[in-house]
Design a protein around this ligand. Sequence first.
Ligand code: ZN
Length: 309
Amino acid sequence: MRVEILGSAAGGGFPQWNCNCRNCHLQRTGALRAKSRTQTQVAVSNDGHEWFLLNASPDLRLQIERTSVLHPCNGSRDSPISGVLLTSGDIDQIAGLLSLRELQPISIYCTPSLRRILREDNSVFGMLNRVPQQARWIDVQTDQMFALSTLSGTNSGLCCELFSLGSRYPVYVSAKRASTLKLEEASLGVMLTASSGGRLAYLPAVPAISEGLLQHLSTADMILFDGTFWSNDELIQVQGSGATALEMGHVPMSGPEGSLSGLSGLLGPRRVFVHVNNTNPILDESSSEYSELKASGWEIAEDGWQFNL
Ligand SMILES: [Zn+2]
């Protein structure tokens, strides 16, 4: 399985357009030992020809242009991107769908709850279905294995399993609508298995670490895990007010409930953080937090990284 990290930051990217926190400010002046990052986006392929996007970030157009394997290669209209798999309705996971609206056939895999939010409540996504041969919405369920198909209907070689990570829908989903949706379809993790046997776990938003989650992750070769915040009160420290990481549905890296501690027994898989918020001190490669994370055996994804599983 080929894995391309097209983007690795949380919503807003790094630096974020309206943010003047220490990280964003110093990054703009060039004084920080850090890499700028676009919003988290991953592409996977079993054969290097047919590609699938894991979610669709607001930076998707730029990310595709920066990645030659995702460029058109046949005729005047073409894309090696066969489909998109959605794990939540968060804006930084779905806004890029609107960059795929140029009448191109594409499959969109999501749960029935997410499909209803996008197609019944947000008419702008109707632009993906202006003509018959455009987006094909495919309902998928949690805790069931299914294959990702190429546009011609053949098996891509990538097998997929979704598991529930949280029950909170995005703020823009009305309480009335949310009451009609399945709680277990609000936020998902993905396990992808290639024909090689390689297994990738993708979890950009993890609200808590359960025993069941650890069992899932122990079977992976690589984990791309929620790296939004270093500490639970990070945003409050930076802004003076706001919500904690846990209140926002992100387990922080540090602390007793954190991912460094919670996943410390998971020594088999390669462990990589994605979805890193611009306030996170690990972005500063001279920080003590960065050193602590590296010493724990974790890596921090950068835009442009590639893996083979
Ligand atoms: Zn910032």
